[in-house]
Design a protein around this ligand. Structure first.
Ligand SMILES: Nc1ncnc2c1ncn2[C@@H]1O[C@H](COP(=O)(O)OP(=O)(O)O)[C@@H](O)[C@H]1O
Ligand SMILES: [Mg+2]
Length: 191
């Protein structure tokens, strides 16, 4: 079998590829009976990351218990595919480039901080919240935007959790990064 057989057997139609990384690809697929859109994370055959999708699914399920992350719908351990809610949004760094208003960004940051705190209290360390900001999507919600954290494959349920502190550094304390500079500029935070 493969992705095409999985799609056919489960009545999905491929819409497009969303992203491709070193060890996996993410596709947008339409569930034909319902017309609903889903994101499918598919492990590449060459991937050597042990139990990568098992971790993605397990961590996502735990995060979902606090309303965090895309909703997990299914995991096929044989075909190596995770089926989850499609988040119609753009990466945080791209959204920042577009120049959200002070009010929009302040609300977004507040929601993001609350999610990081919840992950800390779940003892679920995301592990890759900082960086370029690609694992945080900004999704339109009325006049505002809400954060949706994705990519839980490198998360850990046993490590000491640093979500809130890492996020704090990423958002405000890295003078060399575009994200910190832009966030502080928009929120008018003085050095
Ligand atoms: N549920 C989703 N809905 C929409 N886009 C997603 C979803 N999950 C991932 N993506 C997009 O695909 C990209 C790669 O997925 P990710 O899980 O981060 O894989 P990788 O391990 O390759 O970084 C993300 O940065 C995001 O833009
Ligand atoms: Mg990622």
């Amino acid at each position: 079998m493969g992705l095409n057989d999985f799609l056919k057997q489960n009545s999905f139609e491929l819409v497009r590829k969303i992203a491709h990384g070193y060890s996996s690809e993410v596709f947008l697929a339409k569930h034909l009976p319902s017309g609903n859109l889903f994101a499918l994370k598919v492990e590449k055959e060459k991937s050597r990351r042990v139990k990568m999708l098992e971790k993605e699914a397990g961590n996502l399920l735990l995060a979902n218990s606090e309303g965090i992350g895309p909703k997990l719908f299914a995991f096929d351990p044989v075909e190596r595919i995770v089926v989850m809610e499609f988040i119609d949004g753009i990466p945080f760094n791209k959204w920042l480039e577009k120049g959200p208003s002070k009010k929009q960004l302040a609300l977004f940051v507040k929601k993001l901080q609350a999610q990081a705190k919840k992950l800390d209290s779940l003892s679920l360390d995301h592990g890759q919240l900082a960086g370029k900001g690609k694992n945080i999507l900004a999704r339109k919600a009325g006049k505002n935007f809400e954060p949706v954290i994705v990519d839980f494959e490198k998360g850990s349920q046993c490590r000491k959790c640093h979500n809130f502190s890492r996020l704090d550094g990423f958002l405000f304390k890295n003078p060399k990064s575009f994200v910190s500079r832009k966030v502080k500029q928009i929120l008018e935070i003085q050095e």
